[in-house]
Design a protein around this ligand. Structure first.
Ligand code: APR
Length: 241
């Protein structure tokens, strides 16, 4: 309610170091489907294991590549929303006070102007070699296809996102853990809080935890306050001076 919003606004004002941990719900109002939402979740058509794993890609490279390519095309038309913009504006007004840690691969925090975004699950706009690249695996040798491959040795290109069962980028994860453990306040926005290690960051702070989500989440138990609402509506209010 309003009292909770007022309380969180004072916590934001008084916090020296804030971590913002975001998930797919942060981009819902930009028109990007979430993963587990009943009505619009991406996984309602496929189980994550069918698509977002290295085994799935090796078994059906064309199917998985085309699924990501379709999402990549969709990203070309979406824009950051008021929530992303409020975060970037806060960072500009208060340099170094708010660290963005995101599970999203849509690049919308970065496009809104946020600095130093820790993208724990990579970026859907980028791809990388599936197997260790050899001397022949150069940009010039990339042969177009679904997926593209090295014309010399056949090494496939794959989306540069973290798949289930894969390690997160170590540097980003360490930096996110350090930011969380040193924070006074963690704002958990737009995530169901079910995928680790990202969700664990909300449990790593000695400070306060606030969850912003229209639905209950798996992190509500660790929250000092749960604000039932959308990110595009609440973040501009919580982050205004
Ligand atoms: N504002 C805030 N939250 C919202 C909004 C909104 N407008 N719309 C939906 N949500 C919430 C949903 O209630 C849900 O709790 O966003 C959350 C989205 O949860 P998931 O679909 O599980 O997405 P996320 O938590 O980001 O998934 C984590 O799982 O599939 C993997 O790697 C993938 O990064 C992803 C990870």
């Amino acid at each position: 309610g309003e009292r909770d919003v007022a309380a969180v606004k004072t916590w934001v004002r008084d916090a020296r170091r804030i971590v913002l941990l975001t998930g797919a719900g942060m981009s819902a109002e930009s028109g990007v489907p979430t993963f587990r939402d009943a009505q619009s979740g991406l996984w309602t058509n496929f189980r994550p294991e069918e698509l977002a794993t290295e085994d799935a890609f090796r078994a059906r490279p064309r199917f998985v590549w085309d699924w990501y390519a379709a999402r990549r095309v969709g990203m070309a038309t979406v824009q950051p929303n008021a929530g992303h913009r409020a975060v970037a504006a806060f960072q500009q007004r208060h340099p170094g006070r708010l660290t963005v840690v995101t599970q999203n691969v849509d690049g919308l925090h970065q496009r809104a102007g946020s600095a130093g975004v820790l993208a724990l699950h990579g970026n859907i706009a980028e791809d990388k070699w599936l197997d260790r690249p050899r001397a022949c695996c150069t940009a010039e040798n990339v042969q177009d296809g679904h997926p593209p491959r090295c014309a010399a040795c056949g090494n496939l290109r794959r989306p540069a996102v973290v798949w289930f069962g894969e390690l997160l980028p170590a540097a980003a994860l360490v930096e996110a853990e350090e930011a969380a453990s040193g924070s006074d306040l963690v704002l958990v926005v737009g995530t169901s809080g079910r995928v680790y290690p990202a969700a664990g960051l909300a449990r790593a702070t000695r400070g306060r935890v606030v969850v912003v989500n229209p639905e209950p989440t798996a992190l509500d138990d660790v929250a000092d306050v749960v604000l039932a609402g959308t990110s595009a509506m609440l973040l501009p209010r919580l982050l205004e001076d």
